[in-house]
Ligand binder design. Structure first.
Ligand code: SF4
Length: 278
């Protein structure tokens, strides 16, 4: 685990990245995820029951409202809890940091073994660190860099390489990164952990929260429920990226999403050429 100057307040031990990745598709019979939901709040259970009666498999929960309730509770108590925030990239973290640094003492964890190639990974890390240095924050923000270990990612998504973005491969990828966030947060005695991932319109907030809540049962740290695309979060992240002149990548991160994006671009170009020659 490489730690930059800004990270020195954190203990140097812990967070070695030897994960036992045991993601199972959520809602398989008797899964941890299912048990996590079963032991959730009354309102979450009631909402879930209603949705299931209506033929929906995933309980519809307003994660933004849940987050606001947690923020209000700590504000009333005059508390500033610690939060380990898993970040996928600088642009996605911009709004989340702007929003949550008013309430939490945040440590950003950059653990993204999914990113390909190495140059892209390094570029995203640099953008993340630069943003943290420049972003005004009421409570200080620290940075913790994970090791780049793509083999962990490829083992995790084995057999799912050909899936389109947004399916089971992505859920396994969320779980890999969230699990490391939960483990690091627990190792460092943090109050909460969460991820920036839900800010993207391409990411499934219900799945992310489901995985996070399941991990909360496995590690002694609370998961901060969230859906950061709410309250125009995604839009604000685009504005902040422009304001700070940040590099915004045009693919999610893995080699498979890169290929998918290139194919989409090629199809659009062929279509356009076809229209122009008609
Ligand atoms: S598309 Fe994104 S979320 Fe899905 S597997 Fe690739 S990097 Fe992970």
């Amino acid at each position: 685990m490489a730690v930059t100057e800004a990270r020195e307040a954190l203990p140097a031990d812990g967070c070695d990245l030897q994960l036992a990745v045991d993601y199972r598709p959520p809602f398989a019979s008797g899964s941890d995820s299912q048990r996590a939901f079963a032991s959730g709040s009354d309102s979450r259970q009631a909402a879930g029951k209603q949705r299931q009666q209506n033929g929906c498999t995933l309980p519809k929960v307003n994660y933004q409202k849940e987050l606001e309730a947690i923020l209000a509770k700590h504000t009333r108590a005059g508390e500033v809890p610690t939060l380990l925030l898993h970040s996928c990239c600088g642009p996605c973290s911009s709004y989340v940091l702007e929003y949550l640094s008013d309430y939490f003492s945040i440590t950003v964890l950059y653990y993204n073994p999914n990113i390909d190639p190495l140059e892209e990974y390094e570029k995203r890390v640099r953008e993340q660190e630069a943003l943290i240095r420049r972003l005004p924050a009421r409570h200080p923000i620290q940075f913790l860099a994970g090791t780049y270990e793509p083999q962990q990612f490829y083992e995790t998504v084995k057999g799912m390489e050909d899936q389109a973005e947004g399916k089971e491969r992505c859920f396994a990828c969320y779980a890999l990164r969230l699990k490391e966030a939960a483990r690091c947060a627990a190792d460092h005695g943090m109050d909460y952990f969460t991820t920036t991932l839900s800010i993207s319109p391409q990411k499934n907030a219900a799945k992310l929260n489901e995985i996070g809540l399941a991990l909360e049962k496995e590690y002694p740290v609370r998961y901060l429920t969230s859906d950061f695309k709410k309250k125009n979060g995604y839009q604000r992240s685009v504005e902040l990226s422009k304001e700070y002149g940040m590099y915004r990548q045009d693919y999610c991160g893995c080699i498979f999403s890169k290929r998918q994006r290139e194919q989409e671009k090629a199809s659009r170009a062929t279509e356009k050429n076809g229209r122009e020659t008609d």
